[in-house]
Design a protein around this ligand. Sequence first.
Ligand SMILES: [Zn+2]
Length: 65
Amino acid sequence: MFHVKFVGKIPLSLERESTWVRRDLRSREPDTPLILDHMEVQYNYKCESCGHEWSEKRAEIHKES
Ligand SMILES: [Zn+2]
């Protein structure tokens, strides 16, 4: 049995992209600004039975508007 504990996450890098999207279907042009944060995040884990620690890198995209 594994007893894996999630220890925490650390942001490694952040790239912010801003774009325009069309939210109002009546308009022809994009009308709403949308911010996308492309993040690289390190997730840290620890095995509770043997104390072994490891980490995983993941790419995440967060939307802000
Ligand atoms: Zn273990």
